[in-house]
Design a protein around this ligand. Structure first.
Ligand code: NAP
Length: 259
């Protein structure tokens, strides 16, 4: 399917690895020029080089922390006038509800709620003026079904979800859509770390930990960043203009909900 977005420009935040990289690659495959970001320059440059080679698109890289005001200023300097914004950043650490203090919450809210909102506020007005735009926020399955030890993530992402629910309906008539993609377990570095934690805490092998995690997923496997990216690229396509303010789970059926 031709996604109809060849020649558009996208900012994909936190995209040197994992799900962000999956989104960057899928958009590049559709012919979209990119602004890519991550904190570590080495992995970012390597990812950009591979995408240029594979798809021949133009890529600008900005190695900085998207969750800081200075970082966002640098990113926005490179991303002025983009047609597509993919919001992403690392997730907050796991823990126990009674241990988190105000500073922990502020940090999580900054990274996973206020950062995407700041980028939406900076870039959506231009999209509205041009009559076309797409915003996809990478959130989590924890928005639909809480993951107890990820309380900071549950809280911050629920806040962003509430903001998107109202805002997406205010900007839709200007040709701009805002939607959220909710990953379940995908095969990224983050999942490798979770498997290692589980293996250590239960004193089992890494293979056993992996098998136990996969057994909880009706699809019987982890998702791939490439299939996550394909859904992101579709939401950014010409065909998705009537999809507004939705929360789309990509979790192999793991979240046990009817709607
Ligand atoms: N993978 C899953 O199964 C899953 C499930 C549910 C939710 N999620 C959420 O989805 C998001 C992406 O997860 P992932 O699995 O793709 O993670 P990942 O494989 O660890 O990749 C994270 C990417 O984001 C970059 N990054 C992290 N913090 C950043 C920051 N402050 N500023 C700029 N770039 C940053 C990293 O590069 P640098 O470290 O060099 O900055 C890297 O490129 C996270 O918020 C995660 O909590 C993931």
């Amino acid at each position: 399917m031709d996604l109809g977005i060849r020649g558009k420009r996208a900012l994909v935040c936190a995209s040197s690895k994992g799900l962000g990289l999956g989104c960057a690659r899928a958009l590049a495959e559709a012919g979209v020029d990119l602004v890519m970001n991550a904190r570590g320059a080495e992995a970012l440059e390597a990812a950009a080089k591979a995408i240029r080679k594979d798809f021949g698109v133009t890529i600008v890289t900005v190695a900085t922390d998207v969750t800081t005001e200075e970082g966002r200023a640098l990113i926005l300097e490179a991303a002025t006038g983009v047609d597509i914004l993919v919001n992403n950043a690392g997730g907050p650490p796991p823990g126990m509800w009674s241990d988190w203090d105000r500073e922990d919450f502020i940090k999580a809210l900054d990274a996973n709620m206020l950062t995407p909102i700041a980028l939406i506020k900076a870039l959506v007005p231009g999209m509205m003026a041009r009559g076309w735009g797409r915003v996809v926020n990478i959130t989590s399955q924890s928005v639909k079904g809480p993951i107890a030890q990820l309380g900071l993530s549950n809280a911050a992402r629920a806040g962003l979800t509430g903001f998107v629910a109202g805002t997406s309906r205010q900007v839709a008539r200007h040709g701009v859509t805002i939607n959220n993609l909710l990953p379940g377990s995908h095969a990224t570095d983050r999942i490798a770390a979770l498997e290692e934690n589980l293996a250590r805490s239960l004193n089992i092998s890494r293979e056993e930990a992996s098998a136990r995690r996969k057994a909880e997923i009706p699809a019987g496997r982890y998702g791939a960043p490439a299939e996550f990216g394909a859904m992101c690229a579709f939401l950014c396509s010409q065909h998705a203009g009537f999809i507004v303010g939705q929360n789309i789970l990509l979790d192999g059926g793991q979240t046990n909900v009817t709607l």
